[in-house]
Design a protein around this ligand. Structure first.
Ligand SMILES: [Zn+2]
Length: 117
């Protein structure tokens, strides 16, 4: 059902496992509007925090359990968010699982199907 490119290693690298691993390390992320520019979102944290965010985004790129993932001070995974955090974050990977037609394939496969250059 899933492409062969989803190997065992990537299956283990889930957003949930990343959150659990970094919560154990005591990671704290602050997400809030930048005080002097409220339309800018501030991500604040130490080295571990950005390592966590980077791996979280990478894991979501390959997430096999849905197009959306929410984390924040009032949601699951809240151990990773500082109590100072005013905002949570929502990652939405396109195409949306709800919009994708059955049998969706990456565009590079669609281009090749049926034609030969
Ligand atoms: Zn979606």
């Amino acid at each position: 059902m899933l492409g062969a490119w989803v190997n065992d290693a990537m299956k283990k690298l889930t957003v949930d496992s990343i959150c659990a691993a970094y919560a154990d390390k005591g990671v704290k992320v602050v997400v809030k509007p930048l005080p002097n520019a409220p339309k800018v979102i501030l991500f604040e944290g130490d080295e571990l925090a950005f390592e966590f965010l980077g791996k979280l985004f990478l894991a979501h790129a390959k997430a096999i359990n849905g197009c959306g993932f929410q984390i924040g001070p009032k949601h699951a995974g809240n151990k990773s968010f500082s109590t100072k955090a005013a905002l949570g974050i929502y990652l939405h990977r396109l195409p949306c699982d709800n919009d994708a037609p059955r049998g969706y394939q990456p565009s590079y496969k669609k281009k090749k199907s049926g034609t030969q250059n």
